[in-house]
Design a protein around this ligand. Structure first.
Ligand code: HEC
Ligand code: HEC
Length: 337
């Protein structure tokens, strides 16, 4: 009897020891992976695993992530403290910069710190990353700028820096901007745009582009709005047909298309981009001051003044190749949006 008990105890001890060894072994491998993964490896974006519940992610980085991915609650209209409200609509930054800003073909923030400071035509001067963030704040988010020294701005920057050292590379290339579309030789056809919208977009973004709110009233959108009072304003990059078409082609319909596997053709993306931008949205004040050097204005900027004689209709709906040709011949400027 005594002997049997002893064997049982020994066995239990052995099993415990063995399990401990397994835990340590996989623990080491997992820990190592976080540090030495090769640049090229492809990892799926998972906000909980990579950011929010990741014990080695700094608190400030998590804070930055929440500001960017749940903007309406943390720095927008749903924040009860008016001093902490910066964005004016209920979008999140990550509605356009997908997967926490790590998605190729969706104006990713990976490598962003190396790209700034950078010359920007909209202000006609060298701008910092803070300026660029506030560019989206005042236009895409229809809000007011976050001061450079505010703790919100510091947390956002900390997150963007962390993207370069804190996570394994999520994709391999095309981090910057959107892959361009070939601008069609004809103008946007709103009737065609309407049909594409009805077939490919309406289920999520709604009949009137109003999107679908989260079930939880304390949160922003499950599917963000594309036009109307709570959408990006008319000074935003997405209000340019060529920019919107490039985003749409490489990212929409959501989960059915990405930069490597697109669904819409250039032409379809172009018509539907014109269609969503044909409706009213909030107005940005003093847009006429954008691009002090008018010839640097992107060709599909739909608001004047311009340094050419093409109509405002053509700047809004194309065709763009004649305008692109004009700037190439007259100023030797190559324009793509
Ligand atoms: C299955 C649902 C779904 C479909 C279908 C879909 N979208 Fe989206 N769309 C989304 C979601 C979700 C986001 C935000 C992505 C995120 O936060 O990760 C988004 C974001 C956007 C944005 C940027 C954010 C904004 O509100 O301005 C645009 C523009 C857009 N979609 C246009 C379109 C167009 C045009 C189509 C049709 C060709 C389309 N979408 C089809 C779900 C969808
Ligand atoms: C409605 C869509 C939209 C929303 C919402 C949005 N952005 Fe953007 N963002 C853009 C577009 C369009 C560009 C320009 C992409 C291009 O053409 O290369 C851009 C560019 C940027 C860039 C520069 C990227 C680069 O590689 O140069 C940064 C940084 C940025 N946005 C940050 C933000 C932040 C922070 C927020 C939230 C406060 C935000 N964006 C919200 C559409 C959006």
């Amino acid at each position: 009897m005594e002997f049997q008990k002893l064997v049982k105890k020994l066995l239990a001890l052995l099993i415990t020891l063995f399990s401990l060894m397994l835990i340590v072994f996989f623990g080491i491998i997992y820990y190592d992976e976080g540090k030495i993964l090769p640049d090229e490896i492809i990892v799926e974006w998972d906000e909980k695993v990579l950011v929010l519940n990741n014990p080695i992610t700094p608190e400030k980085v998590k804070e930055g992530y929440l500001l960017l991915s749940a903007s309406s609650q943390y720095m927008g209209p749903l924040n009860k403290d008016s001093k902490r409200r910066f964005s004016g609509n209920n979008l999140s930054c990550t509605n356009c910069h997908l997967n926490g800003g790590t998605m190729s073909g969706a104006a990713s923030w990976i490598g962003i710190n190396d790209r700034f400071p950078q010359f920007g035509g909209r202000a006609n001067k060298e701008g910092s990353l803070v300026d660029r963030i506030n560019g989206c704040m005042e236009r895409s988010m229809n809000g007011r700028p976050i001061p450079k020294n505010a703790k919100q701005m510091k947390a956002i920057i900390a997150y963007m820096e962390w993207l370069d050292y804190g996570i394994p590379r999520l994709n391999t290339e095309n981090f910057k901007g959107y892959p361009k579309i070939d601008p069609p030789q004809f103008a946007v056809d709103l009737e065609k745009g309407k049909n594409i919208y009805a077939n490919e977009c309406i289920v999520c973004h709604g009949k009137n582009g109003e999107g679908i709110r989260h079930e939880d009233a304390d949160k922003g959108y499950q599917y963000p709005p594309l036009w109307g009072p709570d959408a990006y304003n008319d000074g935003a990059g997405m209000y340019r047909v060529l920019t919107a078409a490039a985003f749409i082609k490489n990212n929409m319909p959501y989960l059915q298309a990405n930069w490597e596997n697109t669904k819409l053709s250039d032409e379809e993306a172009y018509h539907v981009a014109g269609y969503i931008n044909s409706f009213s949205r909030p107005k940005k004040a003093e847009k006429e001051k954008d691009y002090p050097d008018k010839k640097l204005k992107p060709v599909s900027t739909p608001y004047g003044p311009w340094s050419d004689n093409f109509s405002s209709d053509q700047h809004k709906y194309g065709p763009f190749p004649p305008i692109i040709e004009f700037y190439k011949e007259k100023y030797n400027l190559i324009k793509s949006k």
